[in-house]
Design a protein around this ligand. Structure first.
Ligand SMILES: Cc1cc2nc3c(=O)[nH]c(=O)nc-3n(C[C@H](O)[C@H](O)[C@H](O)COP(=O)(O)O)c2cc1C
Length: 175
């Protein structure tokens, strides 16, 4: 385990902070059996669905992450403190786990989660552990034509609605 302290938070109380950081990048971590991978996400949202706090991640079907998240009904999201982990976010957003072990290449470490078997990234910041409640692929015929240019190669997103079963901040001791 790391030097960081776990400070539990209410997911909806950190929604604004989450939405400020997300466009700068967060780590979406997935695990299936021995295969562990993380990728950078910038699109997604946090809110209430089915009377529960939910994180929605959008994953294109061409990602290695897609292969794993389709097989396992959980994922975690790690949002680095504002302005940190820029290099790691860049690397994990431009390299595929199909080709490289991103943990070995970046020095990022996985940390055991509290409630999911999928770990979080061992960095200071906000962390959400999620159990997938719904996988929602895009039905192209239902998509507004104004979004057609987001999918020139038909590499559509699937939306993963994750019940946030644990939400906390990892803080350096003494912060
Ligand atoms: C800032 C940033 C945000 C990104 N957001 C997303 C996203 O929300 N959804 C997505 O499918 N890909 C997103 N990507 C692209 C993936 O991170 C990238 O294709 C990655 O290499 C996929 O890794 P994988 O093949 O190991 O899953 C983003 C990349 C960057 C740099």
């Amino acid at each position: 385990m790391s030097e960081y302290a776990v400070v539990e938070v209410e997911a909806m109380a950190v929604a604004d902070e989450t939405m400020k950081q997300l466009p700068k990048g967060a780590f979406l971590t997935v695990k299936h059996k021995k295969r562990l991978n993380t990728m950078t996400i910038g699109w997604g949202t946090i809110g209430i669905v089915w009377a529960k706090p939910v994180f929605v991640a959008a994953v294109r079907n061409t990602r290695y992450t897609y292969d794993l998240i389709q097989r396992e009904a959980e994922f975690t999201v790690s949002l680095p403190n504002f302005g940190t982990c820029r290099q790691e976010l860049g690397f994990c957003g431009t390299n595929s786990g199909k080709d490289v072990d991103k943990f070995a290449k970046t020095g990022l470490k996985a940390r055991d989660a509290l409630k999911t078997t999928t770990p979080v990234i061992d960095i200071p910041g906000l962390h959400f552990e999620c159990k997938t409640l719904l996988r929602a692929p895009i039905a192209p015929e239902l998509l507004d034509s104004s979004l057609a240019d987001v999918y020139p190669d038909a590499d559509y997103h699937t939306f993963y609605f994750g019940d946030i079963v644990a939400a906390y901040r990892l803080e350096s001791q003494g912060e």
